[in-house]
Design a protein around this ligand. Structure first.
Ligand code: NAD
Ligand code: MN
Length: 360
């Protein structure tokens, strides 16, 4: 059997309640899959910063680089006011490990009154650039006006590779639809989201690189339809009818915003997983933050994290293990009696996890 070493970075708040659930599901995978896991606990986050003066210790980064095949990240509590010496460790991890794609699938398991048609889309967010390069400065004009500026950086290399990733994901999703028979009529499509009507250079470059990448032969032969949507109307159309969308590719900031919005379509942020993906490494991470309003009560929804474990495994080429987790989660959501308060139930994190494990 193969052993994968997984770094566990719970971070702050409910990160510490959901990451143990991620570990448990890996440990509970059937031995017939031929996979074993070993774990290493790693520090990062705002509490880590308060205790040690650094939000992302070198040891965490070194261990991930040298020892780990993949990792799970919970969430961090980043202060909304500038805090000297602090910088979000997940943003840093994505850049330092060149995890250039943030992949965020949004899937409904049952129809709702608002959205009777199935929602099954994935947001592919560029993860290293845009305004998240965090090159900001503040200065004062002679008349006393204070000005703050930020660099929005987009380059051709990052834009092309994220679009290629979106194309590969679209092809893979179609292959999965064909073998599973699920959602078989769905159009294979990549929608490029941007605002190049206003930011003709930055978003304009993203748009043209993404189009060119998706016009490459393997994507054309694969029957991928290239679609594009200006970001504000993208939000509108997604809210009106999300069912036609397949893969949406966007620069960093728009992708971040779009994914929380898409989470609302399926009922809770606590359902939406993500994976930070680079060449040969993946960090699974629920889309949500540290949720200080519910931390410490044992009621955080663990589904986003369990799905992030599946997503991490998928990008580590462990398709069978990933599928086993996805099936157990979908069955829990469809048939389970337990749900956490964000979904209208009154179950605890543990009750939901136990119910998923039984179905594995
Ligand atoms: P949040 O995602 O933490 O919470 C938004 C709302 O969704 C809250 O009402 C919360 O209770 C609910 N929610 C989120 N996840 C849930 C879950 N698993 N189960 C049940 N309910 C859930 O966003 P916020 O409140 O804007 O931010 C809180 C902190 O998290 C901030 O410090 C922010 O910087 C940080 N944050 C971190 C990340 C990250 O680490 N990647 C992402 C987003 C926000
Ligand atoms: Mn976010």
């Amino acid at each position: 059997a193969r052993t994968l070493r997984i770094g566990l970075i719970p971070g702050d708040g409910i990160g510490r309640e959901v990451i143990p659930a991620g570990r448990r599901i890996l440990e509970a995978l059937p031995s017939s899959l031929g996979l074993n896991f070993s774990f290493v606990d790693l520090d990062a986050g705002f509490d880590c910063f308060k205790n040690t003066g650094v939000a992302l210790p070198d040891k965490t980064l070194d261990t991930l680089r040298k020892e780990c095949d993949g990792a799970l990240f919970g969430a961090v509590s980043s202060p909304t006011t500038p805090t000297k010496g602090y910088s979000s460790p997940i943003v840093a991890l994505r850049k330092r490990l060149d995890l250039y794609a943030n992949v965020r699938p949004v899937k409904s398991v049952k129809p709702t009154a608002a959205y009777p048609d199935p929602i099954d889309l994935v947001i592919v967010r560029e993860n290293t650039q845009d305004v998240y390069v965090k090159e900001e400065r503040t200065y004062e004009l002679e008349d006393g006006t204070i000005v703050a500026e930020a660099i929005k950086r987009i380059d051709s290399k990052a834009s092309s590779r994220i679009a290629r990733m979106a194309g590969e994901i679209a092809l893979k999703r179609r292959a999965i639809r064909e073998t599973s028979g699920d959602n078989i009529g769905k159009q294979t499509m990549v929608t490029i989201s941007h605002k190049s009507n206003v930011m003709s250079q930055t978003d304009g470059l993203f748009r043209s690189c993404a189009r060119a990448a998706l016009e490459e032969k393997r994507f054309v032969d694969g029957g991928i339809k290239i679609d594009e949507q200006i970001i504000d109307s993208m939000f509108y159309k997604l809210g009106r009818n999300p069912s036609p969308y397949d893969v949406i590719v966007a620069p960093n900031l728009y992708g971040d915003l779009l994914s929380d919005d898409a989470a609302a379509l399926v009922g809770s942020l606590g359902l939406i997983p993500s994976a930070n993906v680079g060449d040969g490494f993946a960090i699974g991470e629920p889309c949500h933050g540290s949720a200080p309003d519910i931390e410490g009560r044992g009621i955080a929804n663990p589904i986003a994290t369990l799905r992030s474990v599946a997503l991490m495994l998928q990008f580590l080429d462990q398709e069978d293990a990933a599928l086993a987790i996805e099936k157990a989660v979908d069955s829990q959501l469809l048939e389970g009696r337990f749900s956490t308060p964000d979904m209208g139930g009154n179950a605890t994190t543990n009750e939901v996890v136990e119910d998923v494990l039984k179905r594995l």
